[in-house]
Structure formats: C-alpha cells, structure tokens
Design a protein around this ligand. Structure first.
Ligand code: C2E
Ligand code: CA
Ligand code: CA
Ligand code: CA
Length: 377
C-alpha cells in the first residue's frame, strides 16, 4: 500500500507510477504474482518455498524505500504490508485477502515501511471496532452524546472567561466512553463530520445563554478542518443559536501543519474571516514549529498539560512556560495553561504571565446545567 497515488490516478504520471511500482515489486519478488487490487493497493501471491515471509516483505519494502523519478517527477512512496498465510490464515483467496487487509491496517498504524502478520486477535478487534462504529451511528440519533463544559479562568480578570466544550458518550451498556477512545474511530469513519456539527450547534446554543463576556471553545478535528463544509456548518451554528461569532473560539492542533501548509493557512484565514477566534491546542507537543506562529496570528496558545505536570519552581518546565508566554506576549497572543491541578502550578503560571488556567484545580468539566451556578459564584 502506498500513499498519495490516489490523487494522481487516471493522470499519465499516476498510471506510469503504478506501472513502475508494479515492476519494482515484481523484481523484488521474482517468484511472486503481483496484481493491483485497486486504488493504491497491490496483492502479491507468493508460493511458500522456504524463503521466509519476513525476507520477502523486507525486500518489497526495500524496493520502494528510495525516492525515484517518474515522468520527471520525484516520487516518494511509503510502503506498508499485511501478510496472511495459507492455510492457517484462510483457505481461500477471499479469506486470505481479508485477513491480509486486517494486518495491513495494523502495519499502516505502525508507520511507513512496516509489515505485520495476520493474527486471530485482529479479527476480534475488527469486529469490536465495527460494533463500536454501529453504536456511534446510533449514539447521535439516540441522544447518547452530551457536552460537558470546563471553565477557563482568567488570571487578570479574576473570573471565568470561557468554557471548553468536551464531548461525552453515555453508552447504554459500556457506560461512559472517553472521547480519547471514540474520536479516532469517528475520524476514521467520517462520523466526526455529523458529530462535529452537532457539537458546534450544541456548544453555540449553550453559550447563547451565558453572559456576553464568556466564550465557548470547541475542538475541531483535522478531518472536520479539511472538509469543505466547515465554514458553512459554523455559520449555521452561529445563525441558528444567535451567538455572536466573537464568542466562539475554535481549537485546532498543530497536526494540521504536517501536510499542505498553504491550504491550512488559507482555511485558517477563511475561518478568521467569519469573525470567530482560533486557538492552537496542545501547543508544545509533536510538530511544534515557531514558524506557524509567524504565518498565522492565532488568538491563543493552549499550553499542553505535559508542560504543566512537570512544573516546579525554577526547573526546565518553568523556563519553557516563561519562554512561551514571553513569545505569546510579544505576538499579542493569549495563553491558556491546560491541566492545572495544584496551587503550586497556578502560582508559577501566574508569575510567568499566563492569561488563563484550565484544569481540575479550578474545576473539572461540568454538565451544561451546572454552568450557571459556576458563573454566579
Ligand atoms: P483536549 O482538547 O486537550 O482537552 C483537554 C482534556 O484534558 C480533556 O479531556 C479534559 O477533561 C482534560 N483535563 C482538563 N483538566 C485536566 C486536569 O487538570 N488534569 C487532567 N489529568 N486532565 C484534565 P477529555 O474531556 O477526556 O478530552 C480528551 C480529548 O478529546 C480532548 O483533548 C480533545 O482532543 C478530544 N475532544 C473532546 N471533545 C471533543 C470534540 O467535541 N471534538 C473533537 N474533535 N475532539 C474532542
Ligand atoms: Ca482542546
Ligand atoms: Ca488541549
Ligand atoms: Ca492535551
């Protein structure tokens, strides 16, 4: 399996690329039979002649490991391989292909250049995922999803300045399912689009009942971000709730910048043009690059909890916070520290000039109905 060829199928270079890949695979595995399965996937049937499957897989990966040229284009492909063996992994082609596909799915998760053998447990897990997926479809329809709200406390204002909407799933038999467990599934299946739309409507509707100076922050998944409908979904949520756009803040993550930075910047600007605010979530994890801050004027940086956990007077984490708030100040960006659990952390963050704190120290996420009481206090 290799990525991004799907974009070029039907294009002369795309077709030439598929031929080139097929030729390289055939050369790497002379006794194998190479067939295109469709899209960017190939099936390779190899007679088991004592050569280990591991050696064959390594040879196939090596055959595509280096960039090569097709029609003058420099091509880089990432190869992932799933392996099913007859007869133990399936007695016919259909069963073998299905199980190789399950192994391929795992190999893809392991990253480029990986291969995996089918294991019986993969089948059980795939069934579990399918049943979760069916349940998630139902969840939206049956009203099993609920938004909780966690306050962001403004240190200079000395009051709540916003609430972050956090999704909860009350599953009829599994109980409360964490968003960490179902958002990835929703993203893979595309269900995040209707779910994200529901979240935006629900969050705006709730925020409409709050005082004007309190914003609502909504997490926007990269899948939603790349969908063509995001702007119209936001406009609709604002219009149907009557929430002024400046009261809505969208939280996006740095992962948006891994690919197609130009398109990402254009989308960010188009969101900003709607009048909503845009915050950079989980700042400091993964793909952080200061150049994003120069290319797009985020309204806020949310400093990831991993920095807060380590905070102690005068240690490296404190120096990091100091650097981040200093940079944010210079750029006119607010900072929110996530996951503040202790008064010691709060003291350090206050001293380093953080704009807001969010975390169990001040409040856990609460139900919509409890928001009024918390604001009144
Ligand atoms: P996140 O955006 O980083 O949200 C902050 C998470 O930290 C929340 O977890 C929150 O409950 C938790 N948290 C807040 N304060 C503390 C603290 O003091 N200590 C600790 N240990 N944890 C704290 P939650 O609600 O489980 O959400 C997890 C993630 O799921 C979120 O991370 C976000 O990425 C995603 N998520 C939640 N709701 C939505 C949604 O509506 N849409 C999308 N796309 N993603 C969502
Ligand atoms: Ca967030
Ligand atoms: Ca976060
Ligand atoms: Ca986080």
């Amino acid at each position: 399996n290799f990525k991004s060829v799907n974009d070029t199928l039907g294009h002369p270079t795309g077709d030439a690329l598929l031929c080139e890949v097929a030729a390289r695979l055939s050369a790497a595995c002379p006794t194998g039979f190479v067939a295109r399965l469709g899209g960017d996937e190939f099936a390779i049937i190899v007679r088991r002649d004592g050569t280990s499957e591991t050696m064959v897989a390594r040879a196939l990966i090596a055959a595509l490991a280096e960039p090569f040229a097709v029609n003058g284009h420099r091509i880089v492909v990432g190869t992932s391989i799933g392996i099913a063996r007859a007869p133990q992994d399936g007695e016919d082609g259909i069963a073998l292909l299905k199980n190789a596909d399950l192994a391929l799915y795992r190999a893809k998760n392991d990253g480029k250049g990986s291969f995996r053998f089918f294991e019986a447990a993969m089948d059980a897990e795939a069934q579990e995922r399918r049943s979760m997926e069916i349940d998630l479809h139902e969840a939206l329809r049956n009203g099993e999803l609920e938004l909780y709200f966690q306050p962001l406390f403004g240190l200079s204002q000395n009051r709540v300045t916003a609430f972050e909407a956090l999704l909860r799933w009350n599953h009829p038999t599994r109980g409360m399912v964490s968003p960490v467990d179902f958002i990835p599934l929703a993203e893979e299946t595309g269900l995040i689009l209707p779910i994200g739309e529901w979240v935006l409507h629900e969050a705006c509707r709730a925020a409409r009942t709050w005082p004007d100076h309190i914003r609502v922050a909504v997490n926007v998944s990269p899948v939603q971000f790349r969908s063509a409908s995001l702007n119209s979904v936001i406009l609709q949520a604002l219009a149907s709730s009557g929430l002024p756009p400046q009261q809505l803040e969208l939280e996006v993550t740095e992962s948006l910048f891994i690919e197609n930075v130009e398109a990402t910047l254009a989308s960010l600007h188009s969101l900003r043009a709607l009048g909503v605010r845009v915050a950079l979530d989980d700042f400091g994890t993964g793909y952080s690059s200061l150049s994003y801050l120069r290319s797009f004027p985020f309204d806020k940086l949310k400093i990831d909890r991993s920095f807060i956990i380590d905070l102690q007077a005068n240690n490296g984490a404190t120096a990091m916070i100091k650097a981040i708030t200093g940079l944010a100040d210079a750029l006119g960006i607010e900072t929110t520290a996530e996951g503040v659990e202790t008064i010691d952390q709060l003291d350090i963050l206050r001293k380093q000039g953080c704009s807001q704190i969010q975390g169990f120290y001040f409040s856990r996420p609460i139900r919509a109905g409890a928001v009024a009481d918390l604001i009144r206090e």
